[in-house]
Design a protein around this ligand. Structure first.
Ligand code: ISL
Length: 578
């Protein structure tokens, strides 16, 4: 590694914890039922008390909200739903005053179809000035434009249906990997890239501290846009091999780094969201010597409980799969790259319902266990709003309870294909992104204290028991456990720097590993019982007199070579090795 490039574990963010805010569902100050920036400002002390270092805001830019703001129609303003640029400045100042940083969501694989770039591209027609800013193609050869199957290739969109929409006026199709209101930008056009970099610099000049980059590994498409294989049960081809980490991806990310981040005075954070990224690719993206990104979100571990029928085909998670996957990422990025650590975000079901046990008996305990296991891995942990309260999946009853375009399209298409409604709803109940998007539960009052109006999506009725106010008052709450876990990361070098060694990889109920940091002469032992039954396990020798660093239950007997963990018990022990 060149001398002037620090290793990832020496970077400012190596002991940081990031908190994701989904503004629409965080706090509503003006009673329109939708969260907003002044609402976030009112809750900054809560976040500061939790002790997180960085806030990541999901998109707050002007948008027709076809995909809740991931369809941006103006990159350099704030949607009136959320407030104004002046509110944004107050928010940023409030974040910085409290010693935290603020990271924006950068959505540049696509824009909204209402973005002036796209309307110019569409209305200018073939040969127009901005035509080449998006991906336009004629119908498949020999086919009548606009008829079924005449799309330029067979790719399906992430949100059901084809990845192409026909524009009658010009007789061509535009590509959209997501909704038809999210046309893909053409990154092969250097003008597009420069326009994006200029916009990013504008936000950095306003004082933001970095970007979370939406599906950034999809921006380079294979030349010719070849058809993909058609998997069983699907009407469309899977084009992912032609756009996941496409041929020019590293060139574009490195260029972005040079044009936007290189030599910047303030410490910044860049994290690329990367569906389908492999460990090998992630290592290239996050190797500091290559000057691309600080870290990436990978998706392997959140696909392990998915059957062959896709994301709504729910399977039980095998703990051995989770350990093998996360373990492979720990080893694969090693000393060279850097992991981001997450179980939850605005696209994933609530983790306590998914990998834990959300029954009253074990909800809090299993939420604390999941946090312990995740945060003790090597990497930068991300907490999604409400995770620190053990918020659970919602009791959605009918399709009218859902709001997300992905869920609604899936429901419509599956019904049309003849699937049973009860079966479709069952899949949605487990997997719909709306599970993560029900409003923050601030207190036990109507709508959980989220809004004085009618919330855009129902608040989970369990807010009467599960809410921030109750948890702030209870030193044993999930909130205070997260607070202690986050604080530990700031003081315990073995959490940041220690190597990772998985124990008992074949065990179906025990998640155990050590973290050894030679420099500080410390070793940590993490043991967690993923289940509601007692679990007697064999431990390595030498931990008998170790101290408890953190645990979700009061100490039991000393850690001897056989130890019985109680249901959903998680413990972290520390010993000196030098
Ligand atoms: O949840 C998913 C659909 O099954 C994921 O595939 C998701 O679409 C993917 O992770 C990309 O997510 C990001 O880009 C999308 C947006 O809808 C998500 O909210 C965002 O996180 C398009 O911008």
């Amino acid at each position: 590694m060149p001398e002037n490039v620090p290793g990832p574990a020496d970077s400012w963010w190596s002991d940081a914890v990031v908190y994701q805010i989904y503004p629409r569902s965080f706090a509503d100050s003006d009673a329109d039922g939708i969260g907003d920036l002044p609402g976030i400002i009112e809750r900054l002390d809560y976040l500061s008390q939790l002790g997180v270092d960085v806030l990541w805001l999901s998109p707050v830019y002007p948008s027709p909200h076809d995909d809740n703001g991931y369809d941006i129609s103006n990159y350099q303003d704030i949607d009136p739903l959320f407030g104004t640029l002046a509110d944004f400045e107050r928010l940023l100042a409030g974040v910085h005053e409290r010693g935290m940083k603020l990271v924006m969501d950068l959505v540049v694989n696509h824009t909204s179809d209402e973005h002036p770039w796209f309307t110019a591209s569409r209305d200018g027609g073939p040969g127009g000035d901005k035509r080449d800013w998006y991906v336009w193609r004629p119908a498949r050869e020999g086919m009548e434009p606009g008829t079924p199957g005449a799309e330029p290739n067979n790719w399906g969109s992430f949100f059901s249906g084809p990845a192409w929409t026909y524009d009658k006026a010009s007789g061509e199709y535009y590509l959209h990997l997501f909704s038809r209101k999210q046309p893909d930008l053409n990154w092969d056009n250097p003008e597009v890239r420069q326009a994006v970099y200029a916009m990013m610099r504008w936000w950095l000049e306003r004082g933001v501290d970095g970007f979370r980059m939406d599906v950034i590994n999809l921006i380079s498409k294979a030349p010719g846009l070849p058809d993909g294989p058609v998997h069983k049960g699907s009407r469309y081809g899977d084009g992912s091999a032609h756009y996941i980490c496409g041929p020019r991806i590293h060139e574009y990310i490195a260029e972005m780094h040079r044009e936007v981040f290189e030599g910047h005075a303030r410490p910044l954070l860049t994290v690329g969201e990367m569906p389908g990224v492999t460990v090998e690719e992630a290592r290239l993206f996050t190797d500091p010597a290559r000057r691309e990104l600080d870290m990436v979100f990978q998706f392997e571990h959140v696909g392990l409980d998915q059957g062959p029928g896709g994301k709504f085909d729910v399977r039980a998670l095998k703990l051995t799969d989770l350990k093998a996957s996360l373990g492979r990422w720990q080893a694969g990025l090693g000393e060279t790259g850097w992991n981001s650590l997450y179980f939850s975000n605005h696209d994933q079901p609530r983790v306590v319902s998914r990998f834990g046990d959300d029954s009253p008996a074990y909800r809090d305990r299993s939420a604390k266990l999941l946090a312990t296991v995740l945060h003790l891995h090597r990497g930068t942990p991300f907490v999604y709003q409400g995770e620190e309260l053990a918020m659970a999946n919602a009791p959605f009853a009918t399709i009218d309870d859902f709001r997300d375009i992905e869920s609604l399209n899936h429901y419509r298409d599956q019904l049309a294909l003849g699937a049973e409604e009860t079966h479709i709803l069952e899949g949605l109940r487990h997997r719909s992104r709306d599970n993560a998007r029900t409003p923050m539960q601030w207190d036990a009052t109507a709508h959980g204290g989220f809004t004085a109006g009618t919330p855009w999506i129902a608040v989970n009725p369990d807010h009467v028991d599960v809410n921030a106010k109750a948890q702030l008052a209870d030193p044993d709450s999930v909130f205070h456990y997260y607070r202690r876990l986050i604080a530990l990361r700031h003081t315990e070098p073995a959490i940041t720097h220690g190597d990772f060694h998985l124990l008992h990889p074949e065990h179906e109920q025990l998640y155990a590993f050590t973290r050894h940091d030679a420099a500080s002469g410390t070793e940590l032992l993490v043991i967690a019982n993923f289940g509601a039954a007692d679990l007697t396990v064999g431990l390595p020798h030498g931990w008998e007199d170790s101290e408890t660093l953190i645990a979700n239950l009061p100490a039991g007997p000393p850690l001897t070579s056989t130890y019985t963990l109680r249901p959903w018990e998680a413990r972290v022990h520390r010993r000196r090795t030098a």
